[in-house]
Design a protein around this ligand. Sequence first.
Ligand code: HEC
Length: 253
Amino acid sequence: MHKALLAALLAVAFFVPQSSSRAAEGPALPAQAWSFKGAFGTYDRAAVRRGLQVYREVCAACHSLNLVAFRHLGDVGFQEAEIKAVAEAYKVKDGPDDAGDMFERAGRPSDYFPAPFANTKAARASNGGALPPDLSLMTKARKQGPDYVYALLTGFKAPPAGFSLMAGMNYNEHFPGRQIAMAPPLAEGALTFADGTQSSVSQMARDVTTFLSWTAEPEMEARKRLGVKVLLFLLVLTGLLYALKRAIWQKLH
Ligand code: HEC
C-alpha cells in the first residue's frame, strides 16, 4: 500500500513537466560566480561601492530605489562621513514649513534614495510609455535574479534577420519577448570608477548587480552567520546528548 503511494508520488514528481516559461524565452542564463553565493558568501565590498556608483551615475536617471535609505550603506562598510556625503549630493523634498509650503533641502543619512520621477505617469512619459521598475528588490523578483540582471545588462544585440522589432524597442535575448523598452544603459568606459577599476560593460554590470543583490537581501550575511552558529550549536548539543545517553544507560548494561 505504502509502496504504491510512494511510487505514485515519485511518478508525479518526475513526469509532470516542469514549468519552464523561460525555456521558450531565450538562451539559458549562464550562472555567474558571485561572491555572495553559497553558505559562507558575502558581498564583495569593493564591488558594492562600484555598483552604487553605477546606479547613481547611470540607472538612477530612470530607476528608483525606494526601499533603500542612505544610512543602510553603513551595513556594507560605508563610514558615517561617506554616507553623509552621498546623502548631501541629493535634493530631498521636505515640509510643509511654517508657511505651509513644501521645500527642498540636502539629503540626510535617514532619507531614502529619491526617485527620478514624480510619479509613474511621468516615468512612463519619459520612457516611451514603459515604466522603469523600482530596483530595490529586482534581484529577488526574477528567477536566478543576479544572473538575470547581469545577462540582461550585457545581452543587448542586433536583432536577427527577420525579427520584427517594434519602434522604440531594443533587442535583448534575455528579456521575455526579446524586445525591451530600455535602451542599452551601459557603454564601454561610460564612467570613471573611484577605485581605478576599468569600467567595461561587463564590469559595470557585475558591480551594479552585486549592489542590487545587497539592496534586495541586506540581511543575507547576518542570516548566513546565524545559520552557521545554529549548526555549530546543534553539533555540540548532539555530542552532549549522546554523552548523556551513554552515562544514563551504562548502568543497565
Ligand atoms: C533611460 C532610462 C533607463 C536607464 C538609464 C536604465 N533603465 Fe532599466 N529600464 C528602463 C525601462 C523603460 C524599463 C522597462 C522596460 C520594459 O518594460 O520594456 C527598464 C527595465 C529594467 C529592468 C527590468 C527588466 C525586467 O525583467 O522586467 C532592469 C533589471 C533594469 N531596467 C535594470 C537597469 C539597470 C541596472 C540600469 C543601470 C545600469 C538601468 N536599468 C538603466 C529604463 C532605463
